[in-house]
Design a protein around this ligand. Sequence first.
Ligand code: NA7
Length: 533
Amino acid sequence: MSDTTTEFDAIVVGAGFSGLYMLYELRRRGLTARVLEAGSDVGGTWYWNRYPGARCDVESLDYSYSFDEDLQQEWKWTERYPAQPEIQRYLAHVADRFGLRKDITFDTRVVAAHYDPPSATWTVRTEAGDRLTARYCILATGCLSVPKAPEIPGLEDFRGPVYHTATWPESDVDFSGKRVGVFGTGSSGVQAIPVIAQQAGHLTVFQRTPAFSVPAFNGPLDPEWEREIKADYAERRRQNRASEAGLVRGDNPQSAHDVDDEQRQREYETRYTKGGFGILGAYADLMADQRANDTVSDFVRQKIRERVTDPEVAERLLPWEYPLGTKRICVDTDYYETFNRDNVTLVDLRRDALETVTENGVRTARGEVELDCLVLATGFDAMTGAVNRIDIRGRDGAALAEKWGAGPRTYLGLATAGFPNLFLLAGPGSPSVLTNMVTAIEQHVEWTGRCIEHLRTHGYRTIEPTVEAEDGWVDHVNEVASMTLFPKAASWYLGANVPGKPRIFMPYAGGFATYEKQCDEVAEQDYRGFVLK
Ligand code: NA7
């Protein structure tokens, strides 16, 4: 590492949306900090996920920082939904504009973080063997940053190139004339498939579980809309912050049962034609009442039937396994229409069971499909993957991965008992992944910044949640989840996509605004549930 200083007030792991803002916040409050980042540039998950079609499912004007009025006024997004290269440019601009790069070390993977009780400091070790110490250790490691090992038999035998969407090569991949196979039909697959299909000779999609996807209706950013938002950007951000999804989507407080079928269909139609997540805000009980959810799930299934020409293919694309919204809904551009193309075949692995990948392709119960290359859009070891890969040792030498062996345990998603001065941004137990991630990240960073300032101004060396407060929060997170339909899906929210991972519903499903209120109350009540020493 080029920098010779190894002692800081804080070490931040990760330079994505949360790590960059955390660095800004720490500096603003007069602390010294170093950010350690495995990638060669800023961006976090947006740095790695540069697969064709990669795009955010939240609109650009909302999926951006609010902390600096000049920044939000001057940055010009080109499209309604930002594509990966534009988000990457935006984050690079933020890093440059606020001079953040000088405190970031790139190409540096953190492998261990050990707490030393006598000095009340953390020692962080990098893969290259460098050691840095700091009073505070902040994990900005991302929720979707560790690609899931695809448990596909025979994959190592395949002779052609294999690409994972989350570790896409920097140089362009040329699929022209190639026979391409894609595994995975979550958000990444749903975005990549239409783009790859335009280039490939032939594309075969191996679908295990169909997605619920709604159209983005993406396009150039409407200048009128941009002017309207920017005329009072602070108010838009305030509304996002006061909402349950961290995002204004016109949430209707009515129950789906309060209206008749005709009115419901009209409401869904209006929201569907606007594009994006708005349909989830149509009625207050869509995520809590199965019969209410059936109405919206049926509506979207009908739309899928209308978008696909061959009725048999359409039937195979219909999700029946889980209620709409219990896995993050996909927001697409021409996903279903792609299956109307002559050069695209859908293989439904529920009917034609996967046998093995071979040297030359993929064999299912129906025979072998010959392929030149494979694309894995098979997802992530979400929420805990990146944290558990670091050897984190707390107050009594205990390993965090061991403590979390039966599932993650945090207080407010921000801290964990036995690990003083360790902060998690967008950690399990926070609502981040169920919301507009940037809204949640800003709240986590600001709460953490205020907390650290409180410690410093009052002369405390350490802060740590009590086991009781943590148990109470974990119980609360579980209780809230059990009142929703979320546990009905074998989703990454539940750890169900990774064989052997404990099945615990990890995000807080009580809504962003409710969550922020609780965090603020804890801080106002002298950090209730924490021990400050
Ligand atoms: P997801 O949403 O976890 O989707 C992964 C997809 O890959 C999903 O369709 C999986 O099917 C499929 N998959 C995973 N393993 C296999 C194997 N072994 N064989 C066949 N198919 C498999 O990940 P994404 O990257 O698409 O999206 C993650 C988040 O990023 C998304 O929610 C947005 O918030 C942005 P399964 O459903 O497990 O049957």
